[in-house]
Design a protein around this ligand. Structure first.
Ligand SMILES: *[C@@H]1O[C@H](CO)[C@@H](O)[C@H](O)[C@H]1NC(C)=O
Length: 495
């Protein structure tokens, strides 16, 4: 009897060991505390039905177990249960993985989704972001990358040390950070501690920060000094330019010689606008189509345009005029003085609305989308986007259901071809779906659920002013259940 009981207990214990997980499942009321009480956390935002999430699960478990002894925590959040939490963290596809160092320092996970890769990535992330340098290592470090930052600090200056470490933690994926408290090295460099020198392999070679150490000021310095006076727009640099917070002036030209020639001519203008407007060349042979996005004729080069990256407005330079130092200087000065109107691309306003989904164009955006009396769900799509095509029949069904319901005058289901119309919203992938609630047009809510009629209705009823819940017809329910597995699993088609 005794043995049997022990045996049974042993089995229970074994079962408990087999199912115990080192991945911590977080919810709305536990998330913030957990992040705050751990130095570094990798969090996965997932949906139970998503195939990529299922494939990741055993790898993630294995990495969590390995990393446990290093005190690096792995967590997960089920976005079907914690929609608000996932929305607050900008989750748009599954799985989304983010590295948290506290709540204010969040970076996307950029490694592979395999146990080994997760483990080594996170161990690296947990290492100090600042390398301590000596006279033997400083010179090599200066050339370790296109841009590196070195702080010269007194050994006793704890506050500058901490501030620099904070910046390094935040920007560790962007540049290598080093520091030294060797006074002779500072002297050889010609700086008085505390100071930061940014070394770069272009333009003037280095830039010095000698103001009071402050996280924001140093970040701004790093961003400005690390951006070439006239850089190049390409796949690696585009997102940095778009997130720089200042306008970008594009110099389109088809050959390297011509890009150099124009850069040389416009350099004094770029110099004068440093920190106000970024200037960059762009290879019009490879990326000429981008000229169309700036409302330029994409077949006519060289060309010049300014993009206001915060409001996403475009200011194309008249392509019948020649690009010279003087013509561009006048254009840029007028732009800075606010004398130039942005160019707005729009399809014509449709004379009649043919289908159940309301067609929005740039010229009708304000009238329809910003109509303060209506909850407007707007899909931003591109004609070539496969996920958008897959969504189309469901979206039409959604629109028909609302058109037939008691909410027909309160809820609008709309779409806009964001490649043919300039919209004020920043769109990162297609399709993007946003609800513009009545009475709160300045606070649109981005949809991140699965792309099913059922979930879209739920979203509108939860986030719209009119709480417009309607029911689906019964025979759709089955189709919804089977398609939800593919619905939002993959991320969007990229721009
Ligand atoms: C900054 O502080 C850390 C931790 O106290 C220390 O290890 C490091 O040497 C300091 N850095 C400099 C440049 O003094």
């Amino acid at each position: 009897m005794h043995t049997v009981k022990n045996f049974a207990l042993g089995l229970l214990a074994a079962a408990a060991v087999a199912t115990a997980s080192d991945v911590v499942q977080l919810k709305k009321d536990t998330f913030n505390d957990f992040i705050k009480s751990n130095d570094i956390v990798l969090a996965e935002f997932f949906a139970p039905w998503c195939g990529h999430c299922k494939a990741l699960a055993p790898e993630y478990e294995e990495a969590a177990t390995t990393l446990k002894e290093k005190n690096i925590k792995l967590a997960k959040v089920d976005c079907t249960e914690e929609a608000d939490l996932c929305q607050a963290h900008g989750v748009e596809g599954y799985p989304t993985l983010k590295v948290f160092r506290g709540l204010d320092n969040v970076t996307p996970y950029k490694g592979q989704r395999k146990a080994n890769a997760i483990t080594s990535y996170m161990i690296k992330q947990a290492l100090p972001a600042v390398s301590i340098l000596t006279k033997d290592t400083l010179e090599d470090f200066k050339n370790a990358d296109k841009v590196v930052l070195v702080a010269y600090i007194d050994a006793s200056d704890k506050s500058s040390n901490e501030t620099f470490a904070k910046v390094a933690d935040k920007l560790r994926d962007n540049y290598p950070f080093g520091a030294t408290n060797d006074a002779s090295l500072a002297e050889a460099e010609g700086v008085t501690p505390p100071a930061i020198v940014l070394y770069k392999d272009f333009d003037e070679g280095k830039a010095v920060f000698s103001d009071k150490f402050d996280v924001e000021a140093i970040e701004k310095f790093a961003k400005t000094a690390a951006t070439p006076l006239i850089g190049e727009v390409g796949p690696e640099t585009y997102s940095d330019y778009m997130s720089a917070g200042i306008p970008l002036a594009y110099i389109f030209a088809e050959t390297a010689e011509e890009r150099k020639e124009l850069s040389d001519a416009l350099k004094p203008i770029a110099e004068a606008q440093r920190g106000v407007i970024n200037f960059a060349t762009i290879d019009a042979k490879a990326f000429g189509a981008h000229a169309g996005n700036l409302n330029l004729d994409a077949g006519k080069f060289p060309a010049f345009a300014i993009q206001e990256t915060v409001k996403n407005q475009k200011f194309p330079f008249d392509q019948s005029k020649e690009i010279t130092h003087d013509s561009i200087k006048t254009f840029v000065d007028d732009f800075v003085a606010g004398k130039i109107e942005p160019s707005v691309k729009s399809e014509p306003i449709p004379e009649t609305q043919e289908g159940p989904v309301t067609v929005v164009v740039a010229k009708s955006y304000n009238d329809i989308v910003l109509d303060d009396n209506k909850d407007v769900l707007l899909e931003f799509y591109a004609p070539w986007c496969g996920h958008c095509k897959a969504l189309a029949p469901k979206y039409e069904e959604l629109a028909s259901l609302y058109a037939k319901s008691e909410f027909k005058d309160k809820v609008v289901i709309a779409k806009v071809d964001a490649t043919a119309n300039d919209v004020p919203d920043e769109i990162q992938g297609f399709p993007t779906i946003k609800l513009f609630p009545a009475g709160a047009k300045d606070k649109p809510v981005t949809y991140s659920g699965s792309r099913t009629v059922e979930d879209l209705i739920k979203f509108i009823s939860e986030n719209g002013k009119y709480k417009a819940a309607i029911s689906e017809t019964e025979d759709d329910a089955e189709e919804t259940a089977t398609t939800s597995a593919e619905g939002a699993e993959e991320t969007h088609d990229e721009l």
